[in-house]
Ligand binder design. Structure first.
Ligand SMILES: Cc1ncc(COP(=O)(O)O)c(C=O)c1O
Length: 464
């Protein structure tokens, strides 16, 4: 997720067990090392060389904590190669777009075959029929739609939820991220809901249509749903986008009970937590969403997303379609469910997201989490490690975290910046946001050992 919000930007290194002088020195030396080793990246990423606004085709690429962007020559499996010839163990994996590795062979084959038979027809395909069945079998919901990004899937699903329930509002968790979905950019400032501070060009008061509560706060949820004016609660099962916040025991049961009791739909966004296992966090922990959203890795890195829903939601949507006047629905985009994406999704679902792949990811992620926690303990830092299946995160603050507010306070951007660049200089790429590391089916034990070793060396320097 891009454009990190800034609630805790001012966290001081000393509060995190690190001497500020050491942090400054480390960061300066690592930045210099990065600059020296990457003349080609530097030349290619200057604005005049690229022709792009701010030098990059997507401004999020500037959110990496680097002196200038790392320009990539290619990637395979769990390895990135940059234009200066460095081979890097990739634990970012496109912030989960390539959660199952770069160019998995079945996806690459399916794309090559489909490329010769048309890319976009806006008509159903044979692959598409199989994909619908695979989605229903895997995630247990009877009805599915395909969109191009997880942002779109969430946006369309929320529209349908409002139409079906006849209610205008949605409810989100403080600190959440569900993509570029306007109505989810609301945060708590103290106990007051406000438009999220970093939002650009939004002049509407989003709090009119969006309620926000802290994750894990059952009484607040109960109060917010009591008026029965909320169409849908949208949440990740574990907040992953603000420093990982796990659900406390009983939270999901309470969430489901309260949403059902108030006629509120429950949308579980598994775009990141599909790392939990082949059936997502919902499958692993028996959650029962009315609407299930999954984007990013579902087509192996080709833009595609899916959203599934229950018979009851489908019946409501039927009714809405029957009763509405003619005209655009505001749902769907031209290239969604195109032939290329459907071929890639079929290959991903049937040959890539296998139990065996997940077993490998889970085992190595556990090894990674253990190694990082060991280094933190060795240097007596007040930090912790969190994990959801193949997804691991080190947090430079004590844990586990309870909610979005605590997660905001746990962020320590200056410290994290120094660690990120130090890891990159030692051959390991982690996600630029909240220290996320993903293990894919192609990740090797040696790559995990390399990351643990590099992390240990860096925190050893910081802690003295
Ligand atoms: C939980 C969650 N939902 C939705 C999205 C949006 O995905 P996309 O950028 O592919 O639209 C993200 C992106 O990070 C996400 O983390």
């Amino acid at each position: 997720m891009p454009d990190r919000p800034a609630p805790a930007r001012l966290a001081r290194a000393a509060d995190r067990g690190v001497a500020p002088g050491r942090l400054r020195e480390l960061r300066a030396s690592e930045e210099e090392r990065y600059r020296r080793a990457r003349p080609n990246s530097r030349a290619l990423s200057t604005a005049s060389a690229s022709g792009y606004y701010a030098g990059v085709p997507l401004h999020w690429m500037l959110d990496w904590p680097l002196p200038f962007p790392l320009v990539i020559a290619g990637a395979q499996g769990a390895t990135l190669t940059d234009v200066d010839g460095h081979r890097l163990a990739d634990f970012c994996l496109g912030d989960s777009g390539s959660m199952f590795g770069h160019s998995p062979a079945p996806v690459a084959r399916a794309l090559a075959v489909q490329a010769a038979h048309g890319l976009a027809y806006m008509l159903p395909t044979e692959h598409g029929r199989v994909v619908g069945r695979l989605l229903s079998e895997r995630f247990g919901l009877p009805h599915w739609q395909v969109a191009t990004t997880a942002s779109d899937a969430n946006r369309f699903a929320l529209r349908v939820a409002r139409a079906v329930t006849g209610r205008a509002k949605i409810l989100i968790m403080n600190g959440c991220y569900h993509g570029a979905v306007d109505e989810t950019y609301v945060s708590l400032e103290g106990s007051r809901a406000v438009n999220s501070p970093g939002l650009i060009g939004q002049f509407a008061d989003l709090t009119a249509g969006t309620k926000v509560v802290e994750f894990n706060d059952v009484p607040a949820l109960e109060r917010a749903l009591a008026a029965q004016d909320v169409a849908c609660v949208i949440t990740e099962p574990v907040l992953t986008n603000c420093c990982m916040v796990p659900p406390q025991p009983g939270y999901h049961a309470a969430l489901r009970k309260l949403t059902r009791a108030t006629g509120t739909l429950l949308l579980i966004d598994e775009t990141h937590t599909i790392s939990a296992g082949p059936y997502g966090y919902s499958g692993a922990f028996g959650l029962e969403p009315d609407i299930f959203v999954l984007g990013k890795p579902i087509a192996g890195g080709v833009p595609a997303s899916v959203w599934g829903f229950t018979e009851a939601v489908a019946a409501g949507w039927d009714r809405v379609r029957r009763d509405k006047p003619p005209g655009h629905s505001g749902l769907g985009t031209t290239l969604s469910a195109n032939a290329l994406a459907m071929a890639a999704m079929r290959a991903t679902l049937s040959e890539v997201m296998t139990d065996a792949a997940y077993a490998h990811m889970e085992a190595l992620a556990a090894q990674l989490a253990g190694g990082l926690a060991g280094a933190i303990a060795l240097h007596r830092l007040p930090w912790h490690v969190a994990r959801v299946g193949a997804r691991v995160e080190f947090v430079c603050a004590p844990g586990p975290l309870r909610d979005g507010r605590e997660a905001g306070r746990a962020q320590s951007p200056e410290l994290e910046r120094a660690i990120h660049i130090g890891l990159l200089n030692r051959g390991c790429v982690i996600a630029p946001f909240h220290n996320m590391m993903l293990v894919c089916p192609a990740t090797t034990p040696a790559q995990v050992d390399g990351l643990v070793g590099a992390f240990g060396e860096i925190v050893g320097t910081l802690a003295g």
